[in-house]
Write a protein that binds this ligand. Structure first.
Ligand code: ATP
Length: 251
């Protein structure tokens, strides 16, 4: 566990069961994200990673269990209210607007909040010369920088990132992920990072959980998980219900 994780929990999922139209996709999922900690949520296609993030963001309503944010139960809190409390979600597919310029993305007054564009440009300096360019003309990597940069500009306390690597060359993601880590460590923001590229994710994450068929099949600190690829692989494939590689000590 990182030093910063010991500071306290930003997010706790407590026995979360969630899904669609009364049918559970996630079952009894419990995990934590500490202050300044980057936690990877790994798993095969369809394991329930996106559903986990959507449930935390309040878009999908849980069927059981709790989502605790800084110790508060978020039941009944709308997605907008969660965002105002400091929860930022970078969805799969980036959530940027092709017809707007980079600068206009920082002027959009989502939910009446103030966006700190300078912070985004500080973490992603490559965006600054592109301020007047329409997003549809940016490369995939630049669009992803903008999506994450816009989330950082909201000065979140919890950042949910879904598949940063989708459609990008690994080299681009290798540059983006350390920026997310630096932000988390500088600001104390907790990050829950959904990622298919296990090695890439565990290089930047402090800890990781593997979801298999909607259940946590393995968890541990990144070093332990990287040292045990068979455990991660078998959990991925749902071959076994693997024990935790090394659970963090209770706080
Ligand atoms: P991927 O890596 O492919 O994005 P994932 O781990 O993020 O997968 P989810 O997108 O959470 O998985 O999907 C988990 C399961 O829930 C899948 O079986 C999927 O078909 C189902 N599912 C996702 N969205 C809906 C929806 N809106 N209505 C019904 N079922 C859904």
């Amino acid at each position: 566990m990182s030093d910063t994780a010991a500071k306290g929990g930003v997010l706790e999922l407590d026995g979360l069961t969630s899904g669609y139209n009364g049918s559970a996709v996630l079952r009894d999922v419990s995990l934590t994200v500490g202050e300044g900690e980057v936690v990877a949520l790994l798993g095969a296609n369809g394991a329930g990673k996106t559903t986990t993030l959507l449930t935390i963001a309040g878009v999908v309503r849980p069927m059981g269990g709790r989502v605790l944010y800084a110790g508060d139960d978020l039941a009944g809190t709308s997605p907008d209210a969660r965002a105002r409390k400091g929860l930022a979600h970078v969805p799969e597919g980036r959530g940027v607007f092709f017809s707007l310029t980079v600068a206009e993305h920082f002027r959009l007054k989502a939910r009446g909040e103030r966006l700190d564009a300078a912070a985004a440009y500080r973490y992603f300096p490559a965006l600054e010369p592109l301020t007047s360019r329409r997003v549809g003309l940016l490369s995939g990597g630049e669009q992803q920088m903008l999506a994450v940069g816009r989330a950082l500009a909201r000065q979140p306390k919890l950042l949910l990132i879904d598949e940063l690597s989708l459609g990008l060359a690994p080299i681009i993601v290798e540059r983006l992920l350390p920026v997310v880590r630096a932000y988390a460590h500088d600001s104390g923001c907790g990050v829950l990072l959904v990622e298919q590229h296990v090695d890439l994710a565990l290089t930047v994450a402090d800890r990781g959980y593997v979801l298999s068929h909607g259940e946590i099949a393995a968890s541990g600190d990144s070093q332990a998980l990287r040292a045990n690829p068979e455990l991660v692989e078998s959990s991925y494939l749902g071959k076994q219900s693997a024990p935790a590689a090394q659970e963090p000590a209770p706080e």
